[in-house]
Design a protein around this ligand. Structure first.
Ligand code: HEC
Ligand code: HEC
Length: 393
């Protein structure tokens, strides 16, 4: 480069440094360009990546700990120092004063020097503010209580048992107690629809755990299968969906063996000749497996709930006739043995066989009958007393 050219550049550079850059329009123009670029980036991200879906807000969830986004945590923490009565000082007055101070800054500080040692006052004030914000943010993170973990099973056995409970409540009404499918009966809107088996070898061999979980979470709404995932309008959290799938896999897939203690824990105990069954040991489990899916609140069931001992004995449009101690003509016994109940006046069918799709195994029907004949004891102790009385007679 020639010497005079060099001189020329130097002179221009000095000149530019002297003049400075104009805020309007130079800086504003640059800022506009930059924010437009960011805007396009945001639109792109929103369109192509989207926002990760979070579960819907659940007003009944008392374990939820609300916190603002991380960049507001310092303000949130700051508010904790201000008594509730004068909250407006923290939420309004101080923030407004701070913003006003920013506006006033160019008028307050006219020091033209840029080197930090020449601006100690300004730097220190800003330093304290920034440190304060960082400190408050850290404090806020530390003082946030841990989100309580959903109590969910951790061993395979516990998962299977829990999964079975979910299956009983949410799936049996359509898919049957063993996932066998068949023609649906007694379910509003799906009467007569025929389901394929979801416990078949075909199903188990072709569906991975992930696929099953996805089907159960989203449902197959065009076919009539409701969503079960919390995020899609159902009631099950992720860990609960996983337990459900674990149950399905271990129970129906012949390539895996169910752990023995899990099998034992969920088995419905058999009764011996002359043994009196109890609600606690027998009926609650049978009801859970075969009835609860329809006989819970919010389902079409003649208002007959089977969630507790009391409910089984006292609810239902036909509560007076459902359970009559010692009487096998109790409506419940009639319908689980395949009889329909007809209105004595109009002759209309008021209760169909129960479960509507397929009768239970003979041994469970026998347990229900023995229970009613012996006056429906609640606890195992009561049932044992009755058993020994029966034997001494
Ligand atoms: C209201 C009735 C209903 C309920 C309740 C229901 N489903 Fe379904 N389900 C259906 C229908 C209808 C289909 C689609 C028809 C078919 O595949 O035979 C289906 C399909 C499925 C399939 C897919 C079969 C396949 O491979 O295409 C699986 C798996 C399944 N359901 C599991 C469940 C589980 C687990 C639950 C309980 C959380 C459940 N369903 C609750 C009605 C229901
Ligand atoms: C697929 C859903 C479904 C299942 C599973 C089911 N029920 Fe029902 N249940 C109904 C419906 C629907 C009614 C209302 C009457 C009707 O439509 O027949 C009903 C009514 C009854 C009633 C009459 C209640 C009253 O006061 O009128 C009894 C008793 C009953 N069910 C017992 C049982 C028992 C016991 C089981 C389990 C072994 C069972 N149900 C399983 C759907 C079901």
């Amino acid at each position: 480069m020639k010497e005079e050219q060099k001189q020329e550049y130097k002179r221009k550079y000095e000149q530019a440094k002297q003049d400075g850059v104009k805020f309007w329009p130079d800086i504003i123009y640059k800022d506009l360009l930059m924010s437009f670029g960011l805007f396009i980036l945001l639109v792109g991200l929103a369109t192509f990546l989207g926002v990760t879906p979070q579960p819907k807000a659940d007003p009944s969830d008392t374990s939820y700990i609300p916190r603002p986004e991380w960049y507001f945590l310092f303000l949130f923490e700051f508010l904790k120092f201000i008594p509730g009565k004068i909250e407006w000082v923290g939420t309004f007055l101080i923030p407004v004063l701070a913003v006003l101070a920013l506006f006033a800054l160019p008028f307050l500080d006219k020091n033209p020097l840029r080197y930090w040692k020449n601006r100690l006052a300004g730097i220190s004030i800003m330093g304290v503010i920034v440190l304060g914000m960082v400190g408050l943010t850290i404090r806020s993170v530390i003082t946030t209580p841990k989100q309580e973990e959903v109590p969910i099973a951790d061993t395979i056995q516990e998962q299977i048992i829990l999964g079975q409970e979910f299956y009983s409540v949410y799936c049996v009404e359509c898919h049957g107690p063993d996932g066998e499918g068949g023609e649906i009966a007694g379910v509003e809107g799906l009467e007569g629809v025929v389901l394929k088996s979801i416990s078949s070898r075909d199903e188990m061999y072709t569906r991975s755990d992930e696929t099953l979980e996805a089907i159960v979470a989203y449902g197959q709404q065009d076919l009539g299968m409701p969503p079960n995932g919390l995020a899609y309008g159902g009631e099950l959290k992720k860990a609960e969906l996983e337990a459900l799938v674990t149950f399905m896999r271990y129970t129906w897939d012949d390539r895996v063996d169910i752990p023995e203690d899990a099998a034992a824990a969920r088995a419905i105990p058999e009764i011996k000749e002359g043994e009196v069954p109890s609600y606690e040991v027998h009926i609650s489990r049978i009801a859970q497996r075969y009835c609860i899916s329809c006989h819970r609140p919010g389902k079409e069931n003649n208002e007959y709930l089977m969630g507790t001992y009391q409910e089984i004995l006292t609810t239902g449009d036909n509560a007076d006739n459902n359970m009559i101690a010692g009487n096998l003509d109790s409506y419940l016994i009639q319908c689980i043995t395949g009889e329909s109940i007809f209105d004595p006046e109009t002759g209309e069918e008021i209760i169909q066989q129960m479960p509507p799709t397929k009768l239970m195994r003979e041994q469970y029907i026998k347990i229900f009958e023995a229970w009613v004949l012996n006056g429906m004891p609640e606890t195992a102790v009561e049932a044992e007393l009755l058993t020994s009385e029966g034997q001494t007679e």
